[in-house]
Write a new protein. Structure first.
Lengths: 346, 346
């Protein structure tokens, strides 16, 4: 897993500065495009050009099963993970519709489903058939963790080979808000009460149950939760590990990353704890409706683009934000300058 | 101006209800698309169909000059209004780039420029060559007000004739945040200190000057500011009046309206005070960076879709929000149901 620590370059400040100067020449009051200006200036640094473009968007959704589902932590049965993976391959899920709308390349990867599915459009890249119940045992062994991180790296390798200009990662896995919340609590030394939410739609009582399970798991594994990778291994989520691997490798490859909601943000947090310079390559798409997301975004000092009370996962919130990034580029590249439009300011 | 008070139908609750039921069948946790669900349910009621679509978007930008600019209320000289109108007709402004991105029909209408421009793409529909300085006199006479309201109606007539599915109005007029702020203060009986902001980029000192001018104008005209239309006439903005007329007529024609930023929201407020049922046909695109906008949105109990610190006007913030409305429709119409995807929830 040494590659995780390979160096990450910073975006180029020279091109960011040229883009900032170009923004000042455009026929509008300075700063009047708000965050759209910040986006394109950041992208200019990442793409090393005054005129960044986002035509080729790559969407990878990682799917895996969770042993913790035996503890009744979700409003949906575990089988829904596999059912939804089939739905992804058939184009019926939210992220499919959205990816089509923005003309993105979409792929779904089995990084740890409990079943082996024979679906032509499904990429299978796994070592485990679902994680262990982390209430009793580590969610993954070290080989499973390494494989999942590499599955994320492999997705980015495919994205880079197609000259993608933005990487969007998503996840599917019934039970994975429990896993992700446990990871966030361990990383931030935070009380599960603060970060545990309703996931796909738990009742108040069921949220209490989920909170207590997370507390128990943190207590049981406390001696083994000393590094971000140990936390990831013990509290699991192969799809969360795949996102961590993807985010780190994308940053190493200087491929901008758009972070989705609650679980993706926790994967981003793990990635930052492993290799802090990744954060320079991240955009945050949205504030989700899941309790705890705002807390984690604030920890990361992240200002997401959208706040639409979405809480679906599967990269959906991130894909919804893509047109904003594309419009930021179009405005920057296609607007007339004051000079071109012959506008006299005095 | 009797047409302003013509009846406005409510969106159809039956179709809204059918759309709400359809949302519950889609392969996602209930409510997990957040505001995107609310949007499409509202649109279903407006379009009287379970499956609303937003393929044909109409963008009208109304431009006019303001006598109040002689009092130095803007960071830009008055001539910029005309220069920007030329820029709109040449496709170089922000709203042009954005309208092209969403494949909208775009038009710009002179409803009160101080010059007569000979530009093939410019629609001219005016009775005044700029408003009077409302510090001394009423901004418009009654005929000028009526003409400007009708210019908005005429734009909607064109939009309806092309079977547009969403009306987006915008404005251009150096000095018009001063006019709009004065109107809002009069309508809401609010202190100008609360609502006056930097417009295109005033210094703190210049904002104080602007605030004082608004106070003086409100004092001078106080006896004539008793109805929303008097307020509109005396404090002016032919482009603001055109937006008011457009919003009211669009609602009468059952054409959904997407409200832009600060000035457009104040026009929406005037429209609501004139004919309250218009509000059922409005979506609010964004919270702008202009001080006072949040206050007015809260008065309207409006929850805008975006908060990107944009403060450009010319319908730009609204057009940026259009893909969100379109994605809401696509998700609703193209996602598989749980049944279609054969997903078992028990």
């Amino acid at each position: 897993m040494e590659w995780l620590y390979d160096p990450i370059e910073n975006p180029d400040v020279h091109f960011a500065s040229l883009a900032r100067q170009h923004q000042k020449k455009l026929s509008k009051p300075q700063g009047s495009l708000g965050q759209l200006e910040d986006i394109v200036i950041a992208l200019a640094g990442m793409q090393k050009t005054i005129h960044p473009v986002l035509n080729r968007i790559w969407v990878s959704v990682f799917a895996a099963d969770h042993g913790i589902t035996t503890e009744n932590v979700s409003a949906f049965p575990q089988t829904v993970t596999v059912d939804m993976v089939r739905n992804f391959t058939e184009g019926g899920a939210a992220v499919n519709v959205l990816s089509k709308f923005i003309h993105a390349h979409f792929e779904v990867i089995d990084v740890g489903l409990s079943q082996t599915l024979d679906l032509p459009k499904l990429i299978v890249d796994k070592l485990s058939q679902g994680t262990a119940n982390f209430l009793n045992r580590p969610a993954m062994n070290i080989d499973q963790l390494e494989h999942a991180l590499n599955a994320g790296k492999n997705a980015v390798t495919r994205a880079v080979s197609k000259k993608s200009q933005l990487f969007v990662g998503g996840e599917m896995g019934i039970g994975n808000t429990t896993s992700a919340t446990a990871i966030a609590c361990a990383l931030l030394n935070q009380n599960p009460k603060v970060l545990t939410g309703s996931g796909t739609g738990l009742t108040e009582e069921a949220i209490k149950h989920k909170t207590n399970l997370i507390k128990q798991a943190l207590l049981k594994h406390r001696k083994n939760l000393t590094t971000p990778l140990e936390i990831l291994q013990f509290l699991g989520g192969a799809e969360i590990a795949a996102l961590v691997g993807a985010y780190i490798f994308a940053s190493q490859k200087q491929l901008p990353v758009l972070i989705d909601g609650f679980i993706a943000t926790i994967a981003a947090l793990v990635a930052i704890k492993v290799n802090p310079k990744v954060r320079r390559w991240f955009f945050y798409a949205h504030q989700s409706g899941e309790q705890g997301h705002q807390f984690i975004l604030e920890e990361l000092n992240a200002k997401p683009l959208l706040d639409l009370s979405m809480r679906l996962g599967e990269a959906s919130g991130a894909v919804v934000a893509v047109p904003l990034l594309q419009m930021a580029c179009k405005l920057h590249n296609e607007m007339a300058t004051f000079e071109q439009a012959q506008i006299k300011l005095k």
